[in-house]
Design a protein. Structure first.
Length: 616
């Protein structure tokens, strides 16, 4: 007997059927006897996210479909409703399944496959596949399940009082409600808990209106009232209800103890106030979302008010820089539950901030969020960097005079070993060179000790004596002239003597530091002027000393910072050795003498430092 002939394709629906095929909201696909798609309506193309050109010729078991069952397991080709309908000749479905949309991920469908046969043929010649997109419904159902689960946890946790009531009284209640009104399970079983009797007279009108609303609309709006507890005391509550049965009228009420709520709200407010007044920046962010809490410390540190920060992604808002990748950071946080270390954030105005940070992962049911506490250590890190630079520069500065003294001593030793006779002048010059180097090292050590003393907030010890400033400056000028062959240090004094009660060693350090800077920052050499005069200001006599060079000068925008500890101008940092503590010490010494120091400078033209000391 000859087998029935199968057609591989059929013409698409004509006429009125074709209009329906095109306009219907359901997805419709026609597949031939081999399972290949021969037609698909616009709704099918929209739901699947593919054009007809992309669909034509594909089969239901094409691996690119990536179809799955509701439990997440992948489907196989022979399980697809269309293929089953072609194989059995019977209708298959409706059945739920998911397919991959190129733009929106999984789309959930309810699929029905209806086979069609020609007369006198045993096997279907094609199959019509109808499907409805139920993705939105599934999302809503899942959200409802999550919501119901949360409500169930609240009930079980006795956070909200719940009672089932009717006109005859309370017939069921949870522990939270019984504790709220002072009754127990025995009272409930004996039926002695009467919600009307527990309601003070002044609230009867509200309660009667609520019962009428339950009967008419199925629920009552929440309102505030009081219950009289078993011991006669009262408890303020917020109560709302929903109908369970109409005849007899029975409802479930959800009751919140306002007294406990106010206490809890007060505690929450107290804790929030404490967090707001904390020095540190404290904020919280959802694991899968944005910032949910932002204290005043965070506002102060980062410059963003809470209104601008809430809802933002923290690492995008603050442009977080970790020592390692963000992925590694999140993995560590998830594995350990916390992460801590130093990170970099950026202020609203673009300033870079070093912060010491601690992240704590917190689980709240299905929700995860991170509590982040950050402390600004920008100043500390800057000081650490400056100290490192200071130590390097100090070591460099100490090597120069130490090397000079060592070289002079070695020269004298070699000449002595060779029996060379020294004349008196050469011995004096050599020893003076050694002494000058030792004095320079002594000054550097003194500057370092002064810097440490000032850093700790202690003033410098000033030992006053009657001193002639002209003589002191002349000696310093003579010493430095011997040390620099490229410079000519000239002193101009308007008087022969200028006496005052000052600390000799510290003023020597002040003048020496100003001269050393003038020489160092005039690498081409030239004249350095020291001017000394007496002036009267505001009825007081002052000694005035200025040191002027024609060197590299200081940028105008950095003049205000030259006296800060460890700070050096950008046009000299890296070009000239220095610890950055000399001028800060000079200013401290002058001010502790009751004087002042000023600076005038033009970059590329030179600098003038002027100190004034009271003569009285």
């Amino acid at each position: 007997m000859q087998k029935p002939r199968r057609r591989t394709s059929l013409p698409t629906a004509p006429g009125r059927d074709r209009i329906l095929f095109r306009e219907i909201g359901l997805g419709v696909i026609y597949q031939d006897a081999a399972g290949q798609i021969v037609d698909a309506n616009p709704a099918a193309q929209r739901i699947l996210g593919l054009t007809f050109d992309e669909l034509e010729g594909r089969t239901s078991f094409d691996p690119r479909w990536k179809a799955v069952w509701p439990d997440g397991t992948p489907t196989t080709g022979d399980q697809h409703p269309a293929i089953q309908a072609l194989r059995t000749g019977e209708r298959v479905g409706p059945i739920e399944m998911g397919v991959t949309h190129p733009d929106f991920g999984i789309r959930w469908l309810v699929v029905t496959a209806i086979p069609q046969k020609h007369a006198n043929e045993e096997l279907p010649c094609r199959v019509s596949v109808f499907f409805e997109d139920i993705t939105a419904r599934r999302v809503a159902e899942r959200a409802l399940l999550v919501s119901e689960g949360r409500v169930q946890r609240l009930v079980e946790a006795n956070v909200i009082g719940i009672m089932v009531a009717e006109n005859t009284g309370v017939i069921q209640a949870n522990d939270a409600f019984l504790e709220m009104v002072g009754y127990d399970r025995t009272d409930l079983q004996q039926g002695v808990i009467d919600w009307r009797a527990m309601t003070p007279v002044e609230f009867h009108g509200h309660v009667d209106a609520a019962v009428r609303a339950i009967g008419e609309t199925g629920h009552s709006e929440p309102f505030e009232k009081e219950f009289v507890r078993k011991d006669g005391s009262r408890v303020p509550v917020l109560i709302g209800a929903a109908q369970l049965n109409h005849s007899p009228l029975r409802w479930v009420s959800f009751v919140v103890d306002l007294q406990k709520l106010k206490i809890a709200q007060g505690e929450v407010q107290r804790q929030e106030n404490m967090l707001d007044h904390a020095y540190d920046a404290i904020f919280a962010w959802d694991w899968d979302g944005g910032i949910t809490y932002w204290n005043r410390g965070a506002e102060r540190l980062y410059g963003f008010p809470a209104s601008e920060a809430i809802g933002q992604i923290s690492h995008e808002l603050l442009r977080t820089e970790h020592m390692f990748s963000r992925t590694e950071f999140l993995n560590t946080l998830e594995e350990r539950g916390f992460a801590e270390g130093e990170i970099v954030h950026f202020h609203r105005d673009g300033r870079k901030l070093d912060v010491e940070s601690r992240h704590q992962l917190v689980h709240d049911g299905e929700r995860r969020y991170v509590l982040e506490v950050n402390r600004d250590i920008t100043s500390r890190k800057e000081i650490e960097r400056e100290r490192e630079a200071f130590v390097d520069a100090l070591a460099h500065d100490l090597k120069n005079p130490l090397g000079a003294a060592k070289a002079q001593a070695q020269l004298m030793i070699r000449r002595t070993q060779k029996g060379v006779e020294f004349d008196r002048d050469s011995v004096v010059r050599g020893l003076n060179s050694v002494v000058s180097s030792i004095n320079r090292m002594n000054d550097l050590i003194g500057e370092m000790l002064d810097a440490a003393q000032l850093r700790d907030g202690r003033g410098l010890e000033i030992q006053r004596d009657r001193i002639d400033l002209v003589d002191l400056a002349t000696n310093s000028t003579t010493t430095f002239n011997r040390l620099t062959p490229r410079h000519s240090i000239i002193i101009h004094a308007s008087c022969d003597r200028l006496w005052g009660n000052w600390d000799r060693s510290r003023l020597e350090r002040v003048i020496g530091n100003l001269l050393d800077n003038a020489i160092k920052y005039s690498p081409a050499g030239g004249e350095v002027s020291v001017d000394i005069s007496r002036e009267q200001r505001h009825g007081t006599d002052w000694a005035k000393l200025s040191v002027r060079d024609h060197g590299v000068g200081i940028p105008a925008d950095e003049l205000s910072t030259v006296f800060q500890r460890y700070r050096r101008a950008r046009n000299v940092a890296g070009r000239f050795a220095g610890a950055g503590i000399g001028l800060s010490g000079v200013k401290a010494i002058v001010e502790q003498h009751g004087g002042s120091i000023t600076i005038e400078s033009v970059e590329g033209e030179g600098t003038t430092f002027t100190i004034r000391l009271p003569l009285d």
